[in-house]
Design a protein around this ligand. Sequence first.
Ligand code: TXA
Ligand code: MG
Length: 317
Amino acid sequence: MAVTGSDLLVAKEFLIKGELVAIPTETVYGLAGNALNEKAVLSIFEAKNRPAFDPLIIHTDSLEKVAIYVSDIPEKARILAEKFWPGPLTMLLLKKDIVPDLVTSGLDTVAVRIPNHPLTLDLLSQLSFPLAAPSANPFGYISPTKPEHVDQQLGDRIPYILDGGECEVGIESTIVGFENDETVVYRLGGLDINEIESLIGPVVLMPHSTSDPKAPGMLKSHYAPRKPLHLYRREAITMGEADTGYLMFDRYLEGADRKYQRLLSPHRDLKEAAHNLFAYLRELDALPVTEIKAELVPAGGLGLAINDRLQRASVPA
Ligand code: TXA
Ligand code: MG
């Protein structure tokens, strides 16, 4: 098992040596390594069993540092950066040669983010390199929002988990890119696209593709629990067998055993629902149930990102 602690010096030393450290962010825990060190990057792919065609996000702590790694920051990107960084926003920008092709899977853009977590920002400010960090889960499984989630699944593969408590946002960052004057959203996430649109105008939603490596991050099956998950519109969810688990939005399913149910947000608050989503999926997965029934949440704002995760969790790997 990995050591879990909040010692920045320890985390820093492992990272400088090219080893991996799990880091807290406001979205989910990341599996971090020196993005400029190919060996470290390779070990990230290995530890996660992640296919090499799926590129990584690099994390740093200031716009000045971002400029070291990208050749151009379009005006819209600058506006978004000023408003939403540090925060749950990742931007695809043209990369400089200093960023290894391994990080971007050969693409000419690199995904960049300044995460909003005090401990990790402090760590990043002390490093002379950015951190490549995918979510710290085995490929295809639910992303971790607590240090113990990381330990349960990757604890035997990494030396240290930097403990920053529970992730506040709970779902991954929103990913946007810029193509011929259009802002394209590649992944719905913790930053509501309405907030983006109110600042820079309409965005284009990239539809889910399946396994096209040109559209990484859009794999159809992802975030999946081990138990089959079936998804229902709110009015269509009904009682299953006695050993069925339920992921409900704001109220229990009448008649079904409450110990097999989780409510994402009794207050109908989508932020709260996003915060609880992955932890509750894990809890249900760990219960002695044979299947999970989940209901879609209201489809606006963060609800779009939550439903996206539920949809992909419902596709068998
Ligand atoms: O909130 C987050 O973004 C978390 C925390 C740790 O920062 N990270 C995260 O990383 O979710 P990951 O690797 O699990 O998801 C990143 C997604 C991948 O699906 C990848 O395909 C996509 O970003 N991506 C990375 N670089 C890309 C690029 N150059 N073009 C298109 N998609 C890219
Ligand atoms: Mg991930």
